[in-house]
Structures are given as C-alpha cells and as structure tokens.
Design a protein around this ligand. Structure first.
Ligand code: ASP
Ligand code: MG
Length: 469
C-alpha cells in the first residue's frame, strides 16, 4: 500500500546540481514505488549564511561585502541551473523567481544600510530568501526526471506567530492551509516542493523557524498532512552513538525513541533540529534519518519506543566550554526562594542554564552556563544576594571552568536498575572524577560534569559501555 511521505532535503543534499539530481532521483524512485510524496527543502548549503552575512554587512555600511555575497549567491544558483541543463520555459520558470529574490535582497540591504540596524523581522525577510530560491531548482530537477513537481512557498502553508527568528507554528491554521495547498497536488500524484525553514504570519509577513529549522518544517508539514512518515535526508547515514571525531568505534543507530532523540539533539548531536521531534511525537509520525549520498542505507528510525541494542543506552554527547557556578552557604538551609531568586537573576542576564543540580542538604546550588557567560552571571548573582553575602548566609558564589557536561542517553536508564551504577563505575575504574551529576525526570539521560581534560576519555569510556551492550 502506498504511504504518504514527507521527504526533507538538507543544505548539502541540494548544495549543487549533482546533489539536487541525486535528491530528485530519490524522490522519483520513492514516488514510483507508489507513495504520495511532499518534498521540503533547505537553501543550498552556505546560502543562508551568505544572506545573513549580507544583512549584517549592509547594517555596517560594508557595501562591497553585500555586492560580493550577492554575486556569490547568484553564481551558485545560475551554475546549478546551467548544470541541470534547464532550457526554454523551464529555465525562465526557475531563473525569473531567483532573479526576483536577488533584487529583493539588494533592496532589503539598501534599506538596512539606510536604517543602520536590522530588526528580527528584517533578518527573517533576508534569511528566508535562500529556500525561496533553491525550491525552484529542485522542482525543475524533478520535472526533468518526468515527475510533475511544483515549487510551493511555505508562506502560503505554514502559519506562524510573529516571534521573528524563532517563529512558532500555529498547527490548526497550518492544517487548514495544507489541506488547500498540498492535498490536491498529492491526490493528483504531483509533488509539492516546499520551502523549509520559513512560514508567515496571518498578515502574510515572512518568518523563520530558527537556524537549521528546515528539519522542523519537515515535521510540521508531515503533521499537517497526516503523513505516514517523515524522512529527513542529510549527508550522514543516521544518528550516531557519539561524535566520530572524538570517539573510536561509533555506530549508526538503527532506532531510538522520540525522547532519546530529543535528549541527544539537545545535548549536541547535530543531525536533527531539536524542535523537529514535537510535531512528530504529537501525531505519532515516525521520522527516518537517511543519507542522500548513500540512499540504500536504512538510516535511523525515530519512533515512540525503541529497545534495541546497547543494553538500552543509545548515545553519549558532550557540551564543552561550560562553567559550573556554585552558590554555597549554611544560611541557605531551609530558606525558601533562594533558587527562584538565583535563576531569576541568571535569566535577566539572558543566559540559558544547561544543567542544574542541588544536593538535599540545601547548602549549595550549582548549575552550568556557557563559559563565556560566567562573569556576567556571577556579577548578577552577587548583586542579587549582596545582603545574604554580607550576613554570611551565603558564603561564596564562585565558578569552576572550563568544565564539560557529558550526557549519556537511553530509555534503559528509566527501565533497568543498575544502569546509573554502570555509568559511574565505568568512569570510576578509569580514575575520572565526577564533579556534579543530574538525572532528568524524563529519566532518559544522565548528565555528569567533568573537568575539560577528562572529557574525551569520559565520552570514550561511556561509549565503550554502550557498544558492549
Ligand atoms: N537554511 C536554513 C539554515 O541554514 C535552514 C536549514 O537549512 O535547516 O539555517
Ligand atoms: Mg540541518
């Protein structure tokens, strides 16, 4: 039975004419297997950076940079159009909208130059242009393979709020729009090729979902059209058990649960944008991560629950360059509100906290922030608690850096007794000192803080544990 699928292609998968041909061939063969296919695409790799670089250069009055970036973007797209062998009408169908987007870029940059500043809304207008160009090339590559494909601007489909740069999709409106804009195409066995990364407000103002957000678009479209699966095509075989640059013997995971995937994505496995999980989870739509350049590899499946392999431990990641901030003092014991005030003060500096741990004696709270924010955070805390510091209720507010958060992820942590013991045992036998610990209540991960020089060794030891199963 044919399924309804969303195939999402990342920047490298559409980074050149050759890559686009590969992607188009995948879409053609999936459709030929009898499936309904909606495609979501990123901008050509590097183009979003060039666009935003132009905007920032325009603000600073660096006109030459704007001109150079614009020329580079034009060349990338024109070269791809040439290599795709587009001629006649199809060449116009592709290059006319691209030329229009490039003129829009120039106008926007002129305006930014005059204003001398770029609002989040303006940055979204500029940043969105990459997908609004690549979509035409990919649709043409499909047509040249005999697939009836249409470029679709997600501004017509994905309705969002107006949080520019991190817009939140409004799913009910998006479902309604998708029913009008996408379902008739699918019913006619035509392929909509939809811009990832972007949406629009009810007033039609273009928004973006945040950098790397086209994965999220794939899941949003999948949820909106009740897809059977969302396939995320990237340039690696799937989600790996660890970063292959740090760890020996990494493996590609066959499957993992939504929860495990979100922990891994949050703690640094870059394969999938962390927000992608939510729309898929809410509708129970499996996500498959696959390699455009190795399409026969089964990839990684992300589903509701997954028990295979590794004794139930799935992966280990590290977040580096962290600072461990400690607020300590005997006068904190039993005093309500210290934690609230501490995190309030941190929040006001605009710093996000990556991990928290408090021992039950309540004589200290410690948490982690990026090393570069430590000085600001400590200052804010000293101001907040200057009375307590004077009275010596709080004796010290200090930081330890650089440290690394090592996180091991796996549903087994919740289900199987003794997993935490094995984790600490593995580090202990290797003489690695664990400075702080946190286990989320989702119980799907354990995070440990270690000194920077111990980080790689910790990750390797925990990975050995995963592979040993
Ligand atoms: N093109 C956007 C970016 O580079 C979105 C994406 O590729 O996922 O951030
Ligand atoms: Mg990506």
């Amino acid at each position: 039975m044919g399924q309804r699928l969303v195939l999402k292609f990342g920047g490298t998968s559409v980074g050149s004419a050759e890559a686009m041909c590969q992607a188009a061939e995948i879409v053609r063969s999936v459709q030929a297997d009898g499936h309904e296919v909606a495609v979501v695409t990123s901008a050509m790799s590097g183009v979003t950076d060039l666009l935003l670089g132009s905007a920032h250069a325009a603000v600073k009055g660096a006109r030459l940079t704007v001109v150079e970036h614009t020329a580079a973007i034009r060349t990338r797209h024109e070269a791809a159009a040439d290599k795709l062998g587009l001629r006649g009408d199809d060449r116009h169908l592709v290059l006319d909208p691209i030329t229009a987007r490039l003129s829009e870029l120039s106008l926007l940059c002129d305006a930014l130059g005059v204003l001398g500043e770029a609002s989040p809304r303006a940055l979204d207008a500029v940043g969105a242009l990459g997908e609004r160009m690549s979509v035409h090339l990919l649709a043409a590559a499909l047509r040249s393979r005999g697939v009836t494909a249409h470029a679709v601007d997600a501004a017509r489909v994905v309705r969002t709020d107006d949080t520019f740069q991190a817009a939140v999709p409004l799913m009910e409106d998006t479902r309604r729009l998708a029913a009008v804009e996408l379902l008739p195409l699918l019913a006619a066995h035509e392929v909509p090729v939809i811009t990832g990364f972007i949406g629009a407000t009810a007033d039609g103002v273009v928004t973006t979902l945040g950098r790397g957000g086209s994965d999220y678009s794939g899941a949003i479209v999948g949820a909106a059209i009740d897809a059977d699966e969302v396939w995320i095509y990237t340039d690696v075989d799937g989600v790996m058990t660890a970063d292959p640059r740090v760890v020996r013997g990494v493996q590609t995971l066959e499957s993992l649960s939504y929860l495990e995937m979100s922990e891994l994505a949050y703690f640094g496995a870059k394969v999938l944008h962390p927000k992608t999980i939510r729309p898929a989870l809410e509708r129970g739509i499996p996500i498959r991560i696959k390699n455009t350049f190795n399409p026969t590899h089964p990839g990684t499946l992300v589903v509701g629950r997954s028990d295979d392999g590794g004794g139930g431990l799935k992966g280990v990641t590290a977040i580096r360059a962290q600072s461990l901030v400690t607020i300590a003092g005997r006068g904190m014991l039993g005093v309500p509100g210290i934690a609230a005030r501490a995190f309030g003060a941190v929040a006001r500096t605009g710093t996000s906290v990556s991990m928290i741990s408090q021992a039950s004696s309540e004589q200290s709270i410690c948490f982690l922030v990026a090393e570069k924010s430590a000085v600001t955070v400590i200052e804010a805390l000293r101001t907040e608690f200057h009375h307590e510091l004077e009275r010596r209720d709080i004796e010290d507010i200090s930081s330890l850096d650089p440290v690394v958060i090592v996180t091991v992820v796996g549903g087994a942590i919740k289900r199987t007794p003794g997993v935490a013991g094995r984790v600490f045992g593995a580090l202990g036998t290797d003489g690695i000192n664990v400075i702080a610990i946190a286990m989320g209540s989702s119980e799907c991960s354990i995070s440990l803080v270690v000194a920077s020089p111990d980080a790689d060794r910790s990750v390797q030891r925990l990975h050995d544990l995963i592979v040993a199963g």
